[in-house]
Design a binder for this molecule. Structure first.
Ligand code: PLP
Length: 447
């Protein structure tokens, strides 16, 4: 049990035990699997992680956006334990169980859109994306899939193809899937059209209209998939009306509108799904990460007529919708509502943004501060005039913060964004400690 209430650093980091394991890891684990810290975890609770050397870290990564309800939440652990003792795996394709159906019912009613919907459970975010694309192609009978510049949708072939950043995600893995096309990202801080919002007529969305008049034909396009806030791309929050405009264009042209809530969902942005705040009702939503608090689980929830189209046996899989994962998912939904975690996300996000604004007055390397709820980011630059991305400082900041007992993650197409994905149960003291550590790390990087 972690008895400490806040970060506590007792060795240099990585400590001796982590260093030893790191050597073994380097010997036996494939190089392509990345790691952003060199620590090995002993236990984790709430917003704290304790490593095998006894150091305690305040965690602003949440296992990449997975622990919105906090690490090892007591009630989630109880639900998992109870399920493990009864049925770990019988395969929903062979002998069904209530947890799958109950979670389907809950998610169908919790997702935006007051129309009949159905659910499919699978295991990972990428797998949810793959399935949404398969279903969209089958339903529409059309081949092409649109995604956005700066997008990230996962590492399997179609998800990777729809992703933007070549290094590391796509490098050397060509040929990619055919029949995909990218449209502009609503990256206001670096607007590809040199415009400012409001007053830009959402030119990035209008580009899709242009494409449909020239380069692309709507009768070739099955779906557009879009993250409500681009995650790996740098926590790019679209301007008001952007997603609605995309959905409108899709509706007018018989193109399915898929929203990938894998990183933004489950209270992170201040509502259960970010789509609610952008006032869109997607034809399909992909979700994963915080859905089951660390148990592997993902889902596609979509309009009934779309989800019903694929023939029996064509979607799903051996482990899909594992009963232990579904039991965890049911408890997560209960906790988000009962503990008002969406409201907490807003409170945490306000504190982060206000503190970053203070820092921005002192440090011109801070270019942009953005976010929704507790999905916040700060973009570092070399020069406020040119906005040249400052990737180098991110490495220094994350390294120094870790030495102070704080885990931060980077993001961004240029690698110059520091992102905040704290568990929504982070205490004020932990949050303050983390932001103090960040400021000290910026100062040190600039000295
Ligand atoms: C928006 C989005 N889609 C898809 C994925 C892929 O999820 P997974 O890593 O579980 O395959 C991620 C992961 O970061 C994501 O952020």
């Amino acid at each position: 049990m972690i008895l400490e209430k806040n970060a506590t650093v007792v060795t240099s980091i990585p400590g001796p035990k982590s260093k030893e394991l790191l050597e073994k890891r380097l010997k036996y684990v494939a190089r392509g699997v990345s790691y952003s810290t060199e620590i090995f975890v002993d236990e984790a609770k709430g917003a704290l992680i304790k490593d095998i050397d006894g150091n305690v870290f305040v965690d602003f990564a949440s296992g990449i956006g997975v622990q919105n309800v906090g690490h090892c939440d007591d009630d989630v652990v109880e639900a998992i334990k109870a399920q493990v003792e009864k049925n770990i795996h019988s395969s929903f394709n062979v002998a069904m169980y209530e947890q799958y159906v109950d979670l389907a019912e809950k998610l169908v009613s919790a997702t935006p859109g007051d129309y009949a919907k159905k659910a499919l459970f699978i295991n990972s975010g990428a797998e949810a994306v793959e399935n949404a694309i398969k279903i969209a192609r089958k339903y529409t009978g059309k081949p092409m899939i649109l995604s956005l510049e700066n997008a990230f949708h996962g590492r399997t072939y179609m998800a990777m193809t729809l992703t933007s950043k070549v290094r590391p995600y796509k490098y050397g893995f060509a040929p990619y899937n055919s029949d995909t096309h990218k449209i502009p990202s609503p990256y206001c801080y670096r607007c590809p059209y040199g415009k400012q919002n409001p007053g830009c007529n959402l030119e990035c969305a209008q580009k899709l209209r242009d494409l449909l008049k020239g380069e692309l034909s709507a009768d070739m396009i099955a779906a557009l998939i879009v993250e409500p806030i681009q995650g790996e791309g740098g926590f790019i929050v679209p301007p008001k009306g952007y997603l609605q405009e995309l959905q409108k264009i899709c509706n007018e042209n018989g193109i399915l509108f898929i929203v990938d809530e894998i990183q933004a969902g489950f209270g992170r942005t201040g509502s259960l799904f970010a789509s609610e705040q952008f006032e869109v009702e997607p034809d399909m939503i992909t979700m994963s990460k915080s859905l089951a608090a660390g148990m592997p689980l993902s889902a596609v929830i979509g309009r009934e007529e779309i989800m019903e189209n694929p023939i029996v046996g064509s979607i799903g899989g051996t482990f899909s919708g594992n009963p232990v994962s579904c039991a965890a998912g049911l408890k997560v939904l209960e906790k988000i509502e009962k503990d008002n975690l969406s409201e907490k996300a807003n409170a945490i996000g306000e504190k982060i943004k206000s503190r970053l604004s203070e820092m921005q007055k002192k440090y011109p390397v801070i270019g942009d501060i953005r976010g929704l709820g507790a999905m916040c980011a700060v973009e570092f630059i070399k020069d406020p005039e040119t906005k040249e991305p400052n990737k180098e400082i991110i490495g220094k900041i994350t390294k120094e913060s870790l030495q102070q007992g704080v885990i931060f993650l980077s993001a961004g197409i240029y690698g110059n964004v520091l992102r905040f994905l704290p568990p929504l149960v982070m205490t004020d003291e932990q949050l303050e400690y983390g932001l103090d550590a960040l400021e000290k790390a910026i100062e040190k990087a600039l000295s």
